[in-house]
Design a protein around this ligand. Sequence first.
Ligand code: HAM
Length: 416
Amino acid sequence: MFKKVPGTKDILPGEIAWWLKIEESSRRIFSLYNYQEIRPPLIEDVGLFNRSLGESAEIVQKQMFLIRNNQDTYALRPEGTASIVRAYLENNLDKTNSFSKLYYTGAMFRLERPQKGRLRQFHHLGCEVIGSYQPQVDAEVISLGDRILKESGIKGYRIKINTLGCSQDKKELSSSLRKGLKDKLGQLCRECLVRYERNILRVLDCKNESCREVVRSLNLSSSHICKECADHFKQVREVLDSLKINYEVSPYLVRGLDYYTRTVFEFVHPDLGPQQDALGAGGRYDNLVKNLGGPEKGAVGFAFGLERLALIHQTPGHQDTGTPGNLVYIVTMGEAAKKEGTKLLDYLRLSGICADTDYEGRTLKGAMRLANDLKAKFVIIIGDDELKKNVVTLKNMSSGEQREVKSEDLLGELKC
Ligand code: HAM
């Protein structure tokens, strides 16, 4: 028997209700904030991600699913931001709608070592606001993420924020880090030794305790942040304060993608474990639109990992039947009743009533047991007696009440 590819997941009927609920409630919230949905393709030119995320980013180095086709190399998208900026530019949204508030949901692919909360195919629910440098927009995006988590019933998360400053500030921090770490390389983990060479800022948010110790010993200050960026961050915090959003400033939060400048943030949850505790993350990427060939446009966004939200939200073993709670189940006895049952099933469905039947010719007892397992609201029983009298027997499964109902009165009875 074939097995699923490691790091992928079947979302089973018993789990789907949660997925539909979070997607629906998020869509409603995005609309309230005046965001519009966008659906870019799942495959893109690999160069788009190399350019956007940075050649040294872990995703680009190790995690891209590549498809080669003659001269071209495509990548299964590892994230949405680069695709959305590409779509924004390619479809001239910068000209028709210079300030765009977009949201998206869909599968992302990263060739990771699978573990709890770390999959090779997972789903993002995210948004991107393109066309503004204003700190109010950073705060709007963070508060929107907070609202989505609150309305999904997720509790116990924290919001960490930081500013990376502009490109020049990032360069200054990199060079002072390089100087500070030079004599302490022996105390860094193997991954941080690679980061030291390729992506030194990532050493700052390494979860390894000995690397954290080294970072703390450097006593880094925020002196590399220029005045404009410091003011921008102050204003972001002021707006968050005025919106009563609980957050904490986390000076070592840097994020792994090259495109970020200024504000970065993460929604973290302790139940995800120390290694990958982010339910979602995002930040500002003021240089990306220009880097991809567009005009100068500030932008900011975030993405939640839906599988991680599901891990937090679903108590172990919690499964539902996947059947809507208003099912009407038809049980027939005998060939003539079966024919009537087939017509009634069609009629109920056409009338907007969720209905099903037993196709397997179970006994009355067996069919009633199945209806019970399916949590049917009503069972309709049709046998020879009912056919003769032109009625059906209607059983209310929660009260147990059972009575004969004329065919013409049936819809009214079911709808009440
Ligand atoms: P990211 O931090 O790489 O950011 O991913 C966002 C979220 O996706 C993570 O916080 C996590 O919840 C989830 N996630 C990431 N990788 C995996 C995985 N292998 N398995 C399961 N869940 C995962 C971005 O992708 C940025 N594009 C976010 C953004 C939008 N920044 C600005 N706009």
